[in-house]
Design a protein around this ligand. Structure first.
Ligand SMILES: Nc1ncnc2c1ncn2[C@@H]1O[C@H](COP(=O)(O)OP(=O)(O)OP(=O)(O)O)[C@@H](O)[C@H]1O
Length: 341
């Protein structure tokens, strides 16, 4: 098998078992959920590689990356002369994935009108190229992935409930890496070997015990993708302790659009609490004042975290925050951030 699904935490073992069962019955559409970088595409590829469909194509479409007008022709293809510029017939991804797997990544971002068209294909088992009347029978296994909470999107009227049930016959949820830290050592071993094989001419020193410990203890907001990229950097370029602190924290946290208080900053909760403490104050707040308060709350949390991680080394903290030393001191003072005793 080409794609490794590394890990032996209980959740990865359970996912392996689901994959083993589902890959034998490819009439059931699958939705894979989880934060960005947890391995949704890895799971989709393993499903494909274990299924009888592995002899045909695995075709990936990123529904968020392609503008809506193009996505339709990308999925269903175009007949010659269908519109100005359609000089020749072009097969769509459905057709290319015939007998194989169509992996619809970021399905939660597909537009509502296109969702209706996709639903029609899944219900009727047929589609036609743009500009053509001829129906083509669809024989693809549709595996989708999203980091949205699709049920929430349904409530917000951004995702069709009927399509949800068509796509989501089986759901595989991959927990974030911070909830399965026992997978980290295995991932480190796997990817260290991977880079040693990939760069046979380079001397790749094993990680020091200290660095290994830091990687195992980190919370990995960008999940396995972040771990792999940090590890690659350490193995190929090397990295002292201070630089490691910087690179661990320069990665943006994942975007979890529908998740409750993102990344633990709890901002919304805090604003709610402020309102509960003083409903009158909240009522008289201008939007501008709310925005200012929100910014201050976020800034205070971020600065305090960075200062904590740098042991209150203000020079280092200002570099990480990309502000001048002087601005940092002003903010510490204004936001009332105090050094722990
Ligand atoms: N269990 C795993 N075993 C081995 N490699 C993994 C695993 N999970 C993720 N990876 C690696 O991490 C990186 C990101 O994985 P992948 O693209 O599958 O994540 P994703 O959840 O689909 O991300 P996104 O939501 O951003 O598309 C890839 O390099 C992939 O090979």
């Amino acid at each position: 098998m080409d794609t490794p699904l590394v890990g032996s935490s209980p959740s990865i073992q359970k996912i392996r078992e689901i994959i083993r069962l589902v890959s034998q019955d490819t009439s059931l559409n699958v939705v894979i959920t989880g934060e960005t970088g947890v391995g949704k595409e890895v799971v989709a590829r393993v499903l494909y590689e274990l299924s009888p469909r592995r002899k045909k194509e695995f075709v990936k479409v990123n529904c968020a990356a392609i503008p809506d007008t193009l996505l339709e022709s990308e999925l269903f293809g175009v007949e010659q002369g269908a519109f100005t510029g359609a000089h020749r017939k072009r097969k769509g991804k459905f057709e290319l994935a015939d007998g194989g797997v169509l992996f619809l990544d970021e399905i939660g971002d597909m537009s509502f009108p296109l969702q209706a068209k996709l639903l029609h294909v899944l219900q009727s088992g047929e589609y036609s190229r743009l500009g053509s009347e001829t129906n083509i029978t669809s024989n693809t296994w549709v595996v989708s992935a999203t980091n949205h909470d699709l049920k929430q999107r349904i409530l917000e009227k951004k995702f069709r409930e009927d399509l949800y049930y068509r796509l989501n016959m089986i759901q595989i949820n991959i927990p974030p890496l911070r909830e399965r830290p026992e997978d980290i050592p295995e991932l480190i071993t796997h990817y260290t070997r991977h880079y040693q094989d990939k760069y046979p001419d380079r001397v790749i020193a094993p990680l020091s015990t200290h660095t290994y410990g830091r990687l195992c203890d980190f919370s990995w907001p960008g999940n396995v993708r972040q771990l792999v990229s940090v590890l690659q950097r350490i193995l190929l370029i090397g990295c002292d302790d201070e630089t490691l602190s910087e690179i661990l924290h320069e990665h943006p946290a994942p975007t979890t659009p529908d998740a409750t208080p993102a990344n633990g900053n709890g901002l919304v909760e805090k604003l709610r609490a402020m309102a509960a403490d003083s409903p009158e104050a909240m009522e008289t707040f201008s939007l501008k004042a709310i925005r200012k308060n929100a910014t201050d709350l976020v800034e205070k949390e971020v600065i305090a975290k960075v200062l904590d991680r740098t042991n209150w080394n203000r020079t280092h903290a200002s570099k990480i925050l990309k502000i001048s030393y002087k601005t940092l001191l002003t903010k510490i003072d204004r936001l009332n951030i105090s050094e722990p005793n």
